[in-house]
Write a protein that binds this ligand. Structure first.
Ligand code: ADP
Ligand code: MG
Length: 741
């Protein structure tokens, strides 16, 4: 073990054939030690039997792609592929415009022909390419006008003679190589040799974080076997089993940290906030509408948590307009009635302002003192507020990052017995910011009580992901809309249909309603943005709607001007609001019934869904008009096709459903979960092996195992958990990075 350990920690620089220059290139892809090298997973595998590659590619290429911009080719696959081919002939072709093309005719095992095209670096390629030699060709294939499959400037990897033998009865790993690696002579063959040597030296002695009993229970490969099979698989089944093991380890370790986090959060004592809360009961009676049963249920769930002395850690998920604010208010009033302060953090001033106003209005008859803390307040305003807050005079504090921002001008606030912290749109806060708020709340009690925490999110997260990501939180779901809301009808229209779209707006305005017209931000510079906004605004106001009142909202306005414009729109001062900036999350104008979005193809699904959520908040039916290029609109109205541009899928999805969760599922498929959630913000690591969309069974199993292990051995003291303990201790400082709150 000790010996294999020292092999694993050997810097790659000292391996035969590496040296300082190559070590640098290795380091640039995160490979410092032999252990890192063993973790460098093949990008693909090549084998003799995969001989239909060129034919397979040809079939896929036959489907024309409207996005092909390459003038030389009829169509292009946007995906990189690797094939095994023999170079048959090398020749130079001179074109009339004096350009010279180096062309290598290749053939695969089927004798299917193709060509490699090189416009530059002819000298280099004439040296590298040898007639009769075999190569792994990696590149984006295209079909040229003669019907040939071509690769322009592909990556080439010559198969050495010794490897020919390996190929005869096996599978050859292909490693990702960056330009830095290539330029220093690092080839996949070199990596293969280094990996082979390392594996032979440590064989069977690679430390395994996963306890033996766990491996046995789930019939998982040991780490050593998994690495062996990942790099040198005897067959495809071996690759699958190796991957399964690596996936399991990845998610298991992540869930283990979540389980520890959760254990830690439950440790502190929280103030008991009992129900019923007289103020909340009074407010509920006075509402002009009945709560939805989802709201009732979730409020009961939350109040149960609040009444206990373990701190609540709850995520409230609910689509835009589901009525989360009232749920939050129920919780806050419960805290106030128990004699504690409640904090509500919103990601923007506009949103904080809106919450502040809503809460003031609803709480007016209740004798509750509400304070506001935002960045734009003057030092004096802040000072007055600070006193009110520190003495506990203010019972509810609504604010932005100013609630916890520490700066020389504004030292962190002192609170007074904080019982509850609510965070709206939680994904827009950094993990550390949430932790900072929690610390301030704890410091507000002489006995350092932990606050109850409610985080809210209108970003629907696919159900499969919720548990994985928020493993340390309980989840409440507001899965029901207030009654009387008609779903928004969505149409995808080409720019050629704009007159019809404007007609829809006109008839809605005639019926007394209002409309949003949104433009995406496209210009780089601020002055350009402003100019574009103004131009659009003028053409809408003067050419298309000269007889109605049009307002303009754009990103360059101060928040107070934005706020004023929104107020005036809400009050009915404008019939149309032209907005160039994304209209703030949470803006509530029930009388608005049309949302027209220009260049809808440029928006992501989450954004489109948020924007659409601005309408249909009243009781009148609403329409969302997605304007795009005519050919995109046309395709979005046709049935889904494989390999269609993601923009088309997005537009069609919007037209077909208003279900935020369904939309989130599609979004995750199109973009991958990391992108969708913003890896850094969500605290989720970039999983190398795990596919959050498809590996749901693995996730569920690993999660259950991790939580049960922490339950049995909360401090990882058992000898078979020694390596896990070390793993966790090494990450102790970064533990909050994994925390959701
Ligand atoms: P979100 O979940 O997006 O934060 P809000 O809390 O802003 O939603 O609620 C959207 C609108 O719905 C508000 O105008 C709110 O007053 C109203 N609302 C909330 N609950 C109900 C209900 N049970 N019945 C009718 N309207 C409701
Ligand atoms: Mg809201």
């Amino acid at each position: 073990m000790a010996e294999s350990g020292s092999v694993l920690s050997t810097p790659v620089q000292y391996l035969k054939g590496v040296g300082p220059r190559r070590a640098e290139a290795f380091a640039s892809v995160g490979i410092q030690t032999v252990e890192d090298l063993l973790g460098y997973t093949p990008r693909a595998y090549i084998e003799r039997s995969a001989h239909r590659s060129l034919r397979g590619i040809a079939r896929r290429l036959q489907m024309p792609d409207i996005f092909s911009s390459d003038r030389e080719s009829v169509s292009v696959l946007r995906q990189e592929v690797s094939i095994l081919a023999t170079v048959e002939q090398i020749r130079l072709r001179q074109f009339r415009n004096n350009r010279v093309l180096l062309e290598a005719i290749i053939a695969d095992a089927d004798q299917m022909k193709g060509a490699l095209l090189f416009w530059n670096a002819h000298q280099y390629y004439t040296r590298v390419l040898v007639e009769g030699a075999q190569y792994i060709v990696t590149g984006v294939p295209a079909l040229d006008r003669y019907g040939r499959i071509t690769f322009t400037h592909p990556q080439l990897e010559r198969i050495e003679e010794e490897e020919q033998a390996m190929l005869e009865h096996g599978i050859l790993p292909v490693y990702p190589l960056t330009e830095a690696m290539r330029s220093r002579g690092i080839t996949a063959a070199l990596i293969r040799r280094l990996v082979r040597t390392a594996l032979d030296q440590v064989k069977g002695n690679i430390p395994d974080l996963l306890p033996p009993a766990l491996l046995e229970r789930h019939r998982l490969l040991s780490k050593g076997d998994a690495l062996e099979h990942l790099h040198f698989p005897p067959d495809h089944h071996a690759i699958e089993r190796a991957l399964e093991r690596m996936k399991f380890e990845e998610i298991f370790l992540f869930e283990l940290l979540l389980a520890l986090q959760r254990q830690d959060q439950l440790r502190g004592a929280a103030p008991r906030l009992p129900s019923p809360s007289p103020r909340w009961e009074q407010l509920r009676q006075s509402l002009p509408f009945a709560l939805t049963s989802a709201q009732e249920f979730v409020i009961a769930e939350i109040q149960q948590d609040l009444a206990r002395s373990e701190p609540m850690h709850r995520l409230l998920q609910g689509d835009v307009g589901a009525g989360k604010t009232l749920v939050a208010l129920a919780a806050m009033l419960t805290a106030v009635d128990a004699g504690y302060q409640a904090l509500l953090a919103a990601p923007t001033e506009v949103l904080a302002e809106q919450h502040y106003r809503t809460i003031c209005r609803l709480c007016a008859p209740l004798d509750v003192r509400v304070a506001k803390l935002v960045g734009s307040q003057s030092a004096r305003q802040r000072e007055t507020m600070a006193t009110d807050i520190a003495t506990g005079h203010a019972q509810i504090v609504v604010g932005t990052h100013a609630l916890f921002a520490e700066s020389s001008a504004h030292p962190s606030h002192t609170y007074h017995r904080v019982g509850l912290v609510v965070i709206d749109e939680q994904h827009r806060f950094g993990v550390l910011q949430r932790a900072a708020l929690r610390d301030l709340a704890m410091a507000s009690h002489p006995e350092r009580l932990a606050p109850h925490l409610l985080v809210m999110s209108a970003t629907p997260i696919p159900r499969t992901l919720t548990m994985t990501l928020y493993g340390d939180l309980d989840v409440s779901l507001l899965d029901q809309m207030p009654p009387g809301r008609q779903p928004v009808t969505t149409n995808v229209l080409g720019t050629d249909q704009l007159p019809a779209a404007y007609q829809v707006i006109r008839s809605q305005i005639r019926a007394g309603h209002q409309a949003f017209i949104v433009y995406p931000l496209v210009e780089e510079s601020e002055s350009m943005q402003l100019k574009a906004a103004t131009t659009e605004f003028e053409s809408i106001a003067n050419e298309h709607f000269p007889d109605v009142r049009v307002g303009l909202l754009h990103g360059q306005m101060s928040w107070s001007t934005k706020e004023e414009i929104m107020q005036r729109f809400a009050a009915g001062d404008f019939d149309i609001l032209v907005a160039t900036t994304v209209i703030e999350v949470g803006i509530d104008v029930p009388n608005a019934t049309v949302m027209l979005i220009n260049h809808a193809e440029r928006f992501g699904l989450a954004q489109l869904h948020q924007l659409r959520g601005r309408v249909g908040r009243g009781t009148a039916p609403a329409t969302c008009l997605l304007i795009t290029e005519p050919f995109l609109a046309h395709r979005a109205r046709m049935p889904a096709q494989e390999d269609e541009p993601p923009a088309v899928t997005r537009l069609r999805t919007m037209a077909e459903t208003t279900d935020g969760f369904l939309i989130a599922e599609v979004d995750m498929r199109l973009r991958g979960p990391g992108d969708m959630l913003g890896t850094r913000q969500s605290g989720m690591p970039d999983f190398r092996y795990l596919d959050l969309v498809h590996d749901t069974t693995t996730i569920a199993t690993a999660r259950a195992e991790a939580f049960s292990l922490i339950n049995r051995d909360p401090h990882l003291r058992a000898s078979e958990h020694a390596l896990l303990r070390r793993y966790v201790l090494d990450r102790k400082d970064s533990l909050t990075h994994y925390a959701i709150a």
